[in-house]
Design a protein around this ligand. Sequence first.
Ligand SMILES: Nc1nc2c(c(=O)[nH]1)N[C@H]1C(S)=C(S)[C@@H](COP(=O)(O)OP(=O)(O)OC[C@H]3O[C@@H](n4cnc5c(=O)[nH]c(N)nc54)[C@H](O)[C@@H]3O)O[C@H]1N2
Ligand SMILES: Nc1nc2c(c(=O)[nH]1)N[C@H]1C(S)=C(S)[C@@H](COP(=O)(O)OP(=O)(O)OC[C@H]3O[C@@H](n4cnc5c(=O)[nH]c(N)nc54)[C@H](O)[C@@H]3O)O[C@H]1N2
Ligand SMILES: [Mo]
Length: 644
Amino acid sequence: MSHTVRTACTRDCPDACQIIATVDDGKIVKLKGDPAHPITRGFLCYRTDHYLERQQYSPERLTTPLIRRNGALEPASWDEALDLVASKLAEARAQHGAESVFYYSSGGSLGMMKQLNRHFFEHFGPVTHKRGDICSGAGDAAQLADMGHEDAHDLEDLQNSQAIVLWGKNVSETGVHLIPHLKAAKARGVPVIQIDPVHNAQTLKLSDRHYAPAPGCDGFVALGVARVILDEGWAHEDAASWCDNFDEFMALAHRHTVAEWAALADLSVADVRAIAELYACHKPAALFVGWGLGRRLHGSATVRLLDALGALTGNLGVPGGGVSYYFARRGGFDTSFIRKPENAAARTFLEPMLGEELLNADPRVRVAILDTGNPVSQLPDSKSVAAGLSRVDFLVVIDPFLTDTAELAHVVLPTTTMLEEHDVVGSYGHHYVSLAQPVVAPPEGVLTDLAIYQALADRLGFGDALKGSAESWIERFLAPMAARGVTREALSKGGLRKPEAPRVVFPERRFPTPSGRFQLITDFPGAPAALDEGYPLHLLSISSYRTQASQMSAASQQEPASITLHPDAAPGHEEGSLVRLVSPIGAVTVRLRFDANQRRDVVIYAKGRWGKFGGPNSLIRARPTDAGEGAAYYDQGVRLEPVI
Ligand SMILES: Nc1nc2c(c(=O)[nH]1)N[C@H]1C(S)=C(S)[C@@H](COP(=O)(O)OP(=O)(O)OC[C@H]3O[C@@H](n4cnc5c(=O)[nH]c(N)nc54)[C@H](O)[C@@H]3O)O[C@H]1N2
Ligand SMILES: Nc1nc2c(c(=O)[nH]1)N[C@H]1C(S)=C(S)[C@@H](COP(=O)(O)OP(=O)(O)OC[C@H]3O[C@@H](n4cnc5c(=O)[nH]c(N)nc54)[C@H](O)[C@@H]3O)O[C@H]1N2
Ligand SMILES: [Mo]
């Protein structure tokens, strides 16, 4: 007998899709997008289309806890594993203080239920937490500095746009449910342009023009565009009335001529003028800022310059406009009952520098617990992250798979996939909420994160703090929206828009900054972040449509990875051949794939490959962004060398 279950994708993606899963004889046989969901619209991305064989029914899934004995991870019972973890936690706290315990989580699941994992440590601690955000920290800091709050217009508001700019945003790979909105705009004759050093063939099919500035030089593009707008009198006539620092910003744009700004960005003057004309004269214009271009040494300031273009032209606060970076995904949920600010953190480690932080930690970390993250693969400088974690006396990893991080652990606890648990999820790419419901029971021997932390809390004497079914916790998260119809019951029938979410952010151009006005940036570095000498190619380790970050099997990583670059960037090498890709901190063997559409100074290497299989983070130096404590993943220089 077959039946269907409505659930949600809780992985780290702006789309947060509603899924209809078909179950046949206790086995999930099909996932499809919910046709009734206004964003999902009946289709899923490549990686969720392939979720069943790659994740759910992967032969690599863990189905029993593992404990390290005589150097090797060996199967153990849950009781033994949980008793051991609880006793190590209690011992570390008693002998060295709760500060000696480090908790780390990341983007393996964006479900609200995962907040309870952290809540466990607020009760147990205060412990050591991470600080910063390698994903969006730089851009978040930019938008908060400029506008005092971060949220975006409803996607449906694109119906009101007369022009759309995708700035460093690769929708065909990283958020395919924006595509129908872009296609609808194009059908109305609305121009769509893309600004990205990478030639993203699929996304470009949706665009009328592609501008490929030098990597990391978007700030110069923006200042050139601002200069054209000011010179031509295209700025909104009242812009100075809603902006602070107007004169200083004018002076910044006037530091160079348009020709000089264009040259710094490696674009033509005609290109810079065309971007300015499109954005300032086809109003209202919507600007989408990708998460990628902030992951640079000047990343936060760069996003501030894009915000500034919105303020200058009057494209903020009006239907059809907006500089959209992040949708407040936790907005509307109640989290007050699980946040204990007084117990927030005993100390913090900077996330983009985690390896070094762990290596230098004083007092050192006695017990670390990691869930929903694979930092050895995903944080910069894999080798130092692995070394830092190896210095921890007792490392616990909670994951459905034996990742390269889990392989370092003393205890590995196997947990459920997103198709086996209750959760509720908001999105950072739209304003809908979806409910995740278990489609099938987990395999024997696998527990949810909630059950694991509840069992640990019981053993440590604060079981009451985490007690309760997943459904009852979800109802508490939803409480503020329940009166307006967003209940668990209603969500089980389909995704719903958050009732309080803005359709247009900052109406009347009022900003929740101290002055109530938009804060224009007043300074920007005069030169792009320099690559290490002798490493002239920019390593762009960006998302691939085939994979979700590091969620890939070990079996699929046995062959060398492929990198993509212009043939002229690899003189003397042939397509398909193996080369060494070398940075100041590492070298990996990869296969060459040529694409004559790319700039000659970039190497594209999909993010996600594990550290031990030579993933990009084994080449990337750990450096924070200018603000927001993000990771400057993309300012890494590399070079090619023959395979020895
Ligand atoms: N070089 C380079 N590195 C990057 C990036 C880049 O662009 N370039 N991008 C960065 C960005 S933006 C991000 S957000 C990060 C993402 O990196 P991570 O946050 O590490 O994300 P994932 O690899 O998706 O998932 C991590 C682990 O979570 C596990 N997991 C999934 N669901 C659950 C669950 O319910 N419970 C538990 N306990 N575990 C679960 C998965 O099996 C996986 O092993 O990577 C960053 N790393
Ligand atoms: N298939 C798939 N989808 C994903 C993910 C995934 O792993 N796989 N990850 C999810 C996560 S965690 C996130 S944060 C989002 C990210 O979504 P996006 O921001 O759309 O994509 P990224 O790959 O993080 O960012 C890289 C984009 O920024 C561009 N870029 C890099 N440097 C520059 C620059 O200097 N200037 C400009 N203008 N552009 C630049 C890259 O060429 C690329 O197009 O995607 C999510 N969606
Ligand atoms: Mo991310």
